[in-house]
Write a new protein. Structure first.
Length: 160
């Protein structure tokens, strides 16, 4: 059951593919924090179209994902995509599902405001749940940035 709240923070990625799971790892870390009831924090894994209902019931969504963008691993960028084509080209193993989901939301006229934090990774080839040290080191900074944006979007403090 999806609870309706003001804001969704959704970490996506494959937990079993090392750095590619940085979005999921960040969502799991955020779930351990005392965050206000007005925010849902979800580990979306590689859910693709199964995540559609989360987007339909939230007006604002903060996504967290890994990207292969030739930046230094651990680089954090904030993108505000409006259309599927605005997502980074090499979004990782679930790229097609996200793009298709955004297209579906637009067709249904249910597109929320989306803010996408991407963390640059070097490769999606690694196996295992461990993050590389440089990507692991980026998570506390990423959490600060996500919470700062959540505060700004809600115009209030999100930690309780």
């Amino acid at each position: 059951m999806i609870k309706m709240s003001d804001l969704l923070i959704l970490g996506i990625g494959n937990y079993l593919m090392g750095d590619e799971g940085v979005g999921v790892q960040t969502a799991l870390a955020l779930q351990k924090l005392p965050i206000a009831d007005t925010i849902d924090v979800v580990d979306g894994g590689t859910g693709g179209f199964h995540l559609l209902e989360f987007f339909e019931v939230h007006e604002k969504v903060i996504l967290i994902d890994a990207t292969l963008d030739n930046n230094e691993p651990g680089t954090i960028r904030l993108i505000q995509p409006k259309f599927a084509k605005d997502f980074p080209r090499a979004m990782s193993t679930h790229d097609i599902g996200l793009r298709d989901m955004v297209n579906a939301l637009q067709l249904m006229d249910k597109m929320p405001e989306i803010y996408l934090f991407v963390v640059s990774i070097e490769s999606i080839q690694q196996q295992g749940i461990e993050l590389t040290p440089v990507v692991q080191k980026a998570i506390p900074v990423l959490i600060e940035k996500v919470l700062a944006l959540a505060n700004q979007l809600q115009d209030k403090t999100v930690l309780v």
